[in-house]
Design a protein around this ligand. Structure first.
Ligand code: HEC
Length: 425
């Protein structure tokens, strides 16, 4: 955590560039200018920190859009960003000056920003001694999927979402320990947090938000059945394109949000579309395929790709390719286990398997198979995967360094036992 006054002092120092004495770069032909927030020398000019002392996994790697906006009667050269923490930022790119930050979704970690651009943190958001439902969660209110800005409508199109997660301090945590129930500690996670030790109250959602960056207000929105929808593209022809987690590619009226056209694409979409012109014809292309941190564990389609690039044009006549159904639709049945092994198996599962394979049987899996829908032969032979590296070349780690055959039996009991418990539901 850095002190804001110090940040400002640093920023001021860095923006007052001085010619370095007796240094080769002193003869640079291009004089340094902050006008566009660029430095021909690559020198650090300013920074703004939107989540000081981050303890919620609010990375700020979401991309940044430059635009010229009229704010309070003045044209400003701004940067806009909607990072994971749920606030939409408008910053003066010439000098790093904070202009505004407002929540574009429900936020529980902070109540707003003061005039210095410092977050006003909510009580209880930092200590997490009690289970704390962090909204947005570590999945972000907006993650990697690019947003886009349309100068004609003045709107930013944000693929926004909510993925509920309750964080609490792990009372049994020790540095580099590997303990049952300590989330993914077997994979070397060292967070000291338990996740969803109590069930979250929020429900998952996905939205396309049309956001006015000057008034810092939503103008329209589209609701989706799932989080993790694709990036957006907006055009001078007043369109917004987006692929969705539920396997569609949609064109909206950019000003009103009216759906103008849509098509199934056979799998969830994560990427953003692109548009281009060849010989006077405009095309729009999209890389369709499912994955990413949320998509590893779950999907919102019964179809599983394969990953494909689709290209559309007005009057296009090509036939749509066939879409493949997921083969993971039947809960695993009949693998023998000892009922007393289910509870210890849960502990081993949470500390080694959970964040890749998800909860057995709750959905039909993401880019990584949900083990609740395994073939019984595969589950019976889980030791080949867990201890002997049968899937190592496809990303399934081997655990023989710290899991025993006995623990694999407990894992099988937990997976088959959970499938049996879920089947009647
Ligand atoms: C880093 C992510 C990751 C972790 C952690 C992980 N797995 Fe896997 N696992 C995979 C991937 C990826 C595959 C698919 C491999 C393939 O298709 O060859 C897989 C495949 C499997 C399979 C075969 C599934 C099938 O039906 O084909 C089993 C069984 C399995 N894992 C069990 C486990 C268990 C039990 C744990 C915890 C001890 C675990 N895995 C932890 C990524 C992971």
């Amino acid at each position: 955590s850095t002190d804001m006054a110090q940040d400002r002092a640093t920023a001021t120092r860095l923006t007052t560039w001085r010619r370095p004495p007796n240094h080769e770069t002193a003869t640079l032909p291009v004089p340094f200018s902050t006008e566009n927030g660029t430095s021909p020398t690559g020198e650090y000019i300013w920074h703004y920190q939107n989540t000081p002392g981050d303890t919620w996994d609010y990375t700020s790697t979401q991309h940044i859009i430059a635009a010229d906006l009229e704010i309070d009667g003045r044209m400003r050269k701004v940067l806009m960003q909607a990072p994971k923490n749920g606030f939409f930022y408008v910053i003066d790119r010439t000098n790093g000056e904070f202009i505004s930050a407002e929540p574009f979704t429900k936020v529980t970690w902070a109540t707003g920003y003061d005039e210095n651009g410092r977050p006003i943190e909510a009580e209880g958001a930092r200590d997490k001694e009690k289970p704390w439902e962090t909204i947005p969660s570590a999945y972000g209110a907006h993650n990697w999927h690019p947003m886009s800005y349309n100068p004609e409508t003045g709107l930013v199109y944000i693929p926004a979402q909510g993925v509920p997660l309750v964080q609490s301090t792990d009372p049994a945590w020790e540095l580099n320990s590997h303990k049952p129930m300590s989330t993914m500690s077997g994979m070397g996670w060292n967070l000291g947090y338990l996740f969803n030790a109590v069930a979250p109250e929020a429900t998952p959602f996905g939205q396309l938000l049309a956001w006015d960056p000057v008034r810092q207000k939503e103008v329209w929105r589209a609701e989706y059945v799932s989080p993790w929808n694709g990036g957006t593209l907006t055009t001078a022809g007043n369109l917004v394109f987006q692929g969705t987690a539920d396997g569609r590619f949609i064109a909206y009226n950019a000003a009103t949000g009216e759906v103008l056209w849509q098509t199934p694409v056979g799998s969830g979409v994560v990427a953003a579309p692109a548009t281009y012109e060849v010989d006077g014809v405009q095309y729009v292309s999209i890389a369709v395929g499912w994955g990413g941190v949320y998509g590893l564990m779950q999907r919102a389609t019964e179809r599983v790709g394969p990953g494909r690039v689709y290209t559309f044009r007005i009057g296009g006549t090509a036939e749509m390719p066939a879409h493949e159904l997921s083969d993971r639709t039947t809960l695993v049945e009949g693998v023998p286990y000892d009922a007393d092994d289910v509870a210890p198996g849960l502990g081993v599962y949470v500390s080694n398997c959970l964040f890749c394979h998800g909860v057995p049987g709750v959905n039909n899996g993401g880019a990584i198979p949900n083990l609740g829908y395994s073939d019984p032969v595969t589950l019976t032979n889980a030791d080949a995967w867990v201890l002997q590296g049968a899937g190592i070349h496809n990303g399934m780690p081997r655990f023989d360094a710290h899991l025993s055959e006995r623990e694999v039996e407990q894992l099988i009991a937990f997976i088959q036992g959970t499938a049996d418990a879920l089947r009647p539901k």
